[in-house]
Design a protein around this ligand. Structure first.
Ligand code: HEM
Length: 412
């Protein structure tokens, strides 16, 4: 079995090794590549919207009670599956059908592994292998890692064969995502093709490729789907914001396809997305090991090797920093005039500094396309008030007592 993916090989490698790897991987997230993903985001977004159609009709096969209330988990699961399909397609160039089936248990495996990573973040002793081996999570961890390992290994091998063939025939990409586009070949490699090139130069082994692909999909799917599910909850409990966003969507979109231009033109969409990430930051805390003594104030030193937690969740809700609406869903926080005077380091959904999220733009594009696809056609309500919500915080922020949180979906 390969390196245990829950260690997130790239995310947690230290120092120079991380610097090199980040430099190697940055090009896969360049704008030209991301723009080329729009047709994929649109297609999967349409399938996701179709799922909402089923929910809106009150299909008894889903978790809907007689009032046509849909449990939060059902919506979260659909979004999670759609994001996983997008992540597999854009990262490894492979088409999956997770929105409809999960015969091999891959969706479940990713979910469970992310949960275990989360537990390890607030129980750091479990990061020590001998201790972890004694915990009851270990067996589950091994089982699901093996499953993902097999899934990824198979795809990586298949893709590697195709890639080698294409290299021999001087073709740059085996699928037709770029047919008719002007994206130049060098910039249009997806993640896996890019790392095949690195492997060719001896910079990565096949095992590295499998580990990096697994962890990239894991990092992408859980974060984006959780953010989007939480944002839907915000909008469902703020019909005025939802209505305003729907107006913007109606005024902006011409055809069925959402383009990058549409996304860039929707300013309120951007405010809403940022506000969701502020009030409900998917990654609610950042963990750091101090590499050198540094001063917080003149007389307050944080010594080398201290383990620190940056509490994003509470920084994002601090009235001293955000004003009287700090604990409300209030997209006006992100009006240009309000944002201009603010210290940028009080808004940390994707972290800041050297180790900021490599997938931030990818996430925003994907989440926005999915959100627009949903709200263009459906209106969402909920039975909860945001103020009453409680959260479980690990690597990712989760709603507590999900079984009591419901949506109602109706066709617009
Ligand atoms: C809404 C979605 C996302 C959020 C809120 C988010 C947030 C974050 C945050 C806060 C970090 C810094 C973690 C730390 O240093 O402790 C991070 C790092 C990272 N994220 Fe994301 N992320 C998202 C989506 C993605 C996606 C889609 C990908 C990949 C396609 C991705 C890949 C990564 C990687 C590889 C790192 C490590 C970067 C490094 O150490 O240089 N993330 N993310």
């Amino acid at each position: 079995m390969g390196q245990n993916i829950i260690t997130f090989p790239f995310l947690f490698v230290p120092g120079q090794k991380w610097k090199n790897r980040r430099k190697q991987l940055n090009p896969t997230f360049n704008l030209a590549n991301l723009v080329s993903f729009f047709p994929i985001f649109n297609t999967i977004g349409n399938s996701l919207a179709d799922k909402f159609d089923v929910l809106a009709k009150g299909n008894k096969d889903v978790d809907s009670d007689h009032d046509n209330q849909i449990n939060y988990k059902t919506i979260e699961d659909f979004i999670n599956r759609a994001v996983l399909v997008a992540a597999c397609r854009t990262t490894m160039g492979t088409t999956t059908n997770f929105l409809d089936t999960d015969d091999e248990g891959i969706v479940e495996a990713y979910k469970v592994l992310f949960k275990i990573s989360s537990v390890k973040s607030y129980k750091p002793w479990l990061q020590l292998k001998p201790i972890f081996k004694m915990s009851k999570l270990y067996k589950i961890d091994v089982k699901y890692n093996e499953l993902i390992d097999m899934f990824v290994k198979k795809i990586v091998n298949e893709k590697n064969e195709i890639w080698k063939e294409n290299r021999e025939n001087n073709k740059s990409r085996e699928d037709d995502d770029f047919e008719g586009t002007t994206v130049p070949p060098v910039t249009r490699r997806n993640f896996i093709e890019h790392i095949f090139h690195l492997a060719e130069n001896g910079e990565l082994t096949m095992q590295d490729i499998e580990d990096e692909s697994s962890s990239m999909i894991l990092a992408a799917s859980e974060t984006v789907s959780n953010s989007l599910s939480l944002l839907l909850l915000c909008l469902a409990s703020h019909p005025d914001c939802q209505h305003k966003l729907q107006q913007e969507i109606d005024e902006t979109l011409n055809g069925a396809e959402i383009t990058i231009g549409d996304i860039q033109n929707m300013k309120y969409l951007d405010m809403v997305m940022n506000e969701g990430l502020r009030l409900m930051p998917t990654i609610p805390m950042l963990l750091r090991n101090v590499s050198d003594d540094f001063y917080l104030q003149k007389d307050v030193v944080v010594p080398k090797d201290t383990f620190i937690i940056i509490d994003t969740f509470h920084i994002h809700r601090d009235r001293k920093l955000w004003g009287p609406h700090a604990e409300d869903f209030y997209p006006e926080h992100f009006l240009p005039e309000n944002a201009a005077s603010r210290n940028p380091f009080i808004f940390l959904p994707f972290c800041r500094g050297l180790r900021f999220c490599i997938g931030w733009r990818y996430s925003l594009f994907l989440a926005k396309v999915f959100l627009v696809k949903i709200l263009r056609n459906y209106h969402i309500e909920t039975n909860v008030r945001l103020k009453d919500l409680k959260f479980i915080s690990g690597i990712s922020l989760k709603v507590k007592d999900k079984k009591n949180v419901h949506f109602t979906v109706s066709k617009r």
